[in-house]
Design a protein around this ligand. Structure first.
Ligand SMILES: [Zn+2]
Length: 58
């Protein structure tokens, strides 16, 4: 079983899933919201949320 952590930003009023792959080259690979620029460690408006999703297929 693998647990995937999915990150979301609520700055648009509804959760938007953040793409992790775009940020691997800089700043240690944090997900970043392309709209407001928030990250899990820099989230002044507290719009970042996450959800752990279990994958039982492996
Ligand atoms: Zn955002």
């Amino acid at each position: 079983m693998t647990v995937y952590r999915k990150w979301f930003c609520n700055c648009t009023g509804s959760p938007r899933e953040l793409d992790y792959n775009e940020v691997l080259s800089e700043d240690g690979g944090e997900p970043v919201c392309p709209r407001c620029g928030a990250t899990p460690s820099s989230d002044p408006k507290r719009t970042i949320t996450f959800r752990d999703q279990e994958d039982w297929e492996d």
